[in-house]
Design a protein around this ligand. Structure first.
Ligand code: BDR
Ligand code: CA
Length: 311
């Protein structure tokens, strides 16, 4: 049995990812969920986590974390996720009462790692601010982390800019710290999430047939998918679900390559660009496992089956 902490900024695809994660208690015990400012501001992402955990009947401990990136000013993505980050569904009113164990995600994760006899996996589907602070502040707990499964960056196209993926763009300094930390990082970048692991609109539409959780997932996905369609995307990426599924079912990912990756921390058109060193004689500054391909049909089936399993 794996022990897992999920650091996220729900956010619609984060919500789907967390729903998939919590559908698999036979594989992963979720020992904590932490939030960080990203898709929308920290108060909204934390409220959204409460709404989702209440709706799913989870008892996972929740902690809120950093509101702002390490160095840069926060940028949000309301145009994709809606003003509050997770609109379109009437979540239970008692969500407000979901307990917050801590307002310091960094010490919360640290304490969970220290208390665990086994190594813990971290899934990070947001700007890496909390995780970078954790790794810098407590280097002695690096060996309590098995792997960090990150959704972020890209070895090909960007999304927020032509060069950069959103999470890496929002906190590039944090991404660089995490990549350089020496902890094993498994990366689901846009090269995977948009080009290989996308869902078709028909597949997205089929989610509403998957019981009560399916109705919730499809209601929040409606806004997200139409925003992607409006941008001209016909293949819909559920980015953050890739990071979760790469942890739950790594065998679905058919190709990967380890690269030394740098992140542009400049304030120009390259900000947040994650560029792998492809030189054969490259000196390894770090080694990030970049996922490059997936059995897409099996991936989509896994996602849909996970949602269906609640009914
Ligand atoms: C990433 O950015 C956010 O908008 C999504 O939740 C995902 O984590 C995709 O670039
Ligand atoms: Ca996210």
């Amino acid at each position: 049995m794996k022990k897992v902490i999920m650091d996220c900024d729900p956010g619609i695809d984060d919500a789907i990812a967390l729903t998939v994660l919590l559908a698999h208690p036979e594989i992963a015990e979720v020992i904590g969920v932490t939030t960080v400012g990203g898709n929308v501001t920290l108060n909204y992402v934390t409220q959204n986590a409460k709404k989702l955990l209440t709706f799913l009947g989870s008892k996972a401990e929740l902690a809120s974390g950093q509101a702002e990136p390490l160095v840069k000013e926060i940028e949000t993505a309301g145009e994709i996720h809606g003003k509050t980050g997770m609109e379109g569904y009437d979540f239970p009113a008692e969500s407000e009462d979901y307990p917050l164990t801590s307002e310091n995600a960094v010490t919360f994760i640290h304490d969970k790692l220290v208390a665990s006899d086994d190594k813990v996996d971290i899934v990070a589907t947001a700007p890496l601010t909390n995780i970078a602070l954790l790794l810098k502040t407590f280097p002695e707990i690096h060996d309590k982390i098995d792997k960090i499964y990150v959704m972020g960056g890209s070895t090909l196209q960007g999304n927020i800019t032509l060069a950069a993926e959103f999470n890496a763009y929002v906190d590039p300094e944090a991404a660089q710290i995490v990549f350089d930390s020496g902890v094993d990082v498994v990366l689901s970048g846009l090269n995977l999430t948009e080009n290989k692991a996308f869902m078709t609109m028909d597949e997205i539409k089929s989610i509403k047939e998957l019981g009560e959780v399916g109705v919730m997932a499809s209601s929040i996905l409606d806004f997200y998918a139409s925003a992607e369609l409006e941008k001209g995307m016909t293949k819909i990426p559920i980015h953050d679900a890739c990071a979760v599924i790469s942890m739950l079912n790594p065998g679905l990912f058919t190709k990967s390559h380890n690269y030394s990756i740098d992140v542009a921390t400049t304030n120009d058109q390259f900000r947040g660009m994650t560029y792998p060193d492809r030189r054969v004689y490259a000196e390894e500054k770090n080694s990030v496992k970049v996922l490059e391909d997936v059995d897409r049909d099996a991936f989509v089936k896994y996602l849909l089956d996970s949602i269906k399993s609640y009914s």
